[in-house]
Design a protein around this ligand. Structure first.
Ligand SMILES: C[S@@+](CC[C@H](N)C(=O)[O-])C[C@H]1O[C@@H](n2cnc3c(N)ncnc32)[C@H](O)[C@@H]1O
Length: 369
């Protein structure tokens, strides 16, 4: 078929192609309506109401001026469409006319704050993805791609690395650390319920890039005989160092220059996807040395994505893995396929690994130095 023949489409094909591009251009409205709902604290307002909240009551509770009520109605309509809330018709309101009343879904329950029954919260992570500095860097994506310098996209846009940026913005540092800590609450629950054996028999563990220590605390609570050390950047551990105990210790330093303490196990959770292959090989080599210097039977435990692009894989799983992959392009980093993981291990002098468990889009991988 000649190239001009390919340009001839049926009406259906034309509408389908047109819709895909139209939809892709507006996809960010889903993110922005979620951000708006979080900033307005809609989930907590609905929860505090104790029953489905009629639209007119929601308008009053959020102090939305009557002239803007219709805008809120339409934001709620798309949020319901995307599964963040549900809506049902009720009689009532000021005019006694039928109106919508909104309830939470499991997704919006994860936006509730100060709810001890909830093991984690997704508010900080959702807001982090949509921070102006994070979103703005993507405006220079195509320009950055053509530059031959080795700056990351984030550095090109902001003039500093993401880690420098986070260290200089206390609010953002807190938001990021809180997002990671909440993710660790979920991961700790999964590991302790579904593959606890990965931690059994260990006497000590170092969580490299372990953030504010949520994962390490969960490990110490479940296995009080394991001595845990968290190594992370000084600005990250600054406020938690005083919470050190006999079996939980924090070190503020750079994993590329600070010595990683010898241990039976080194945990790297969501760390390697922040780095280039070269940096990952350096990190893995340093972790390997720390394990080997403690005897021969240790291991490195990775909690990371293994990208699956086979047709048999659930489409949504692959999509979220690929979205993460392009997101980490902002740091010149990436999510990796199994083959790419194997290449990294081999470059770091590691020949054996085992995927112990897969949950959602991530896997727990034991790596034996
Ligand atoms: C994506 S976060 C993961 C945090 C934690 N492991 C978790 O999953 O909740 C990456 C962590 O690596 C830390 N980090 C970045 N550069 C580092 C360095 N040079 N040395 C030590 N930690 C570093 C960050 O401060 C951050 O806490």
């Amino acid at each position: 078929m000649s190239s001009s023949d390919e340009l001839i489409m049926s009406s259906n094909e034309l509408v389908e192609a047109h819709s895909l591009l139209w939809h892709s251009g507006l996809d960010y409205m889903k993110s922005m309506s979620l951000k708006c709902a979080i900033e307005l604290d809609i989930a907590n307002v609905i929860h505090k109401h104790g029953q489905p909240i009629p639209f007119s009551k929601l308008v009053d509770s959020l102090k939305i001026p009557p002239s803007k009520a219709n805008f809120l109605y339409r934001i709620m309509r798309i949020l319901v469409h995307h599964g963040f809330f549900t809506a049902q018709k009720v009689n009532g309101g000021k005019t006694q006319e039928e109106e919508e009343a909104y309830s939470l879904t499991n997704a919006s329950r994860l936006l509730l704050t100060d709810e001890p029954a909830l093991i984690m919260n997704m508010k900080s992570l959702s807001l982090f993805f949509l921070l102006p500095a994070v979103v703005n860097s993507w405006q220079s994506w195509s320009t950055w791609l053509k530059n031959s310098d080795d700056m990351t996209l984030f550095e090109t846009a902001e003039g500093k690395t993401w880690w420098e940026y986070a260290s200089q913005e206390p609010g953002l540092n807190h938001l990021f650390n809180d997002a990671m800590a909440n993710d660790s609450k979920l991961t700790a629950k999964i590991i302790l319920e579904e593959c606890k054996e990965v931690l059994e028999g260990l006497k000590n563990l170092v969580d490299v890039g372990g953030g504010t220590g949520t994962m390490a605390k969960a490990i110490v609570n479940a296995f009080p005989h394991i001595k845990c050390t968290v190594l992370d950047l000084p600005h990250v551990v600054a406020n938690v160092q005083e919470t050190s105990t006999d079996n939980l210790n924090f070190i503020g330093g750079d994993m590329f220059s600070e010595q990683i303490p010898p241990a039976d196990a080194i945990l790297l959770k969501n760390v390697l996807h922040d780095w280039t292959d070269e940096a990952c090989v350096t990190i893995l080599k340093r972790c390997r040395e720390a394990v080997l210097s403690n005897g021969n039977k240790g291991k490195i435990i990775l909690i990371e994505i293994v990208v699956e692009t086979q047709k048999t894989t659930n489409k949504e799983t692959t999509e979220l893995q690929l979205l993460n992959d392009v997101f980490f392009m902002g740091l010149s980093a990436k999510e990796r396929t199994l083959l790419e993981w194997e290449k990294l291990f081999s470059a770091a002098g590691i020949s054996h690994y085992k995927i112990i468990h897969t949950f959602g889009i991530r896997s727990v991988i034991e790596v034996y130095p």
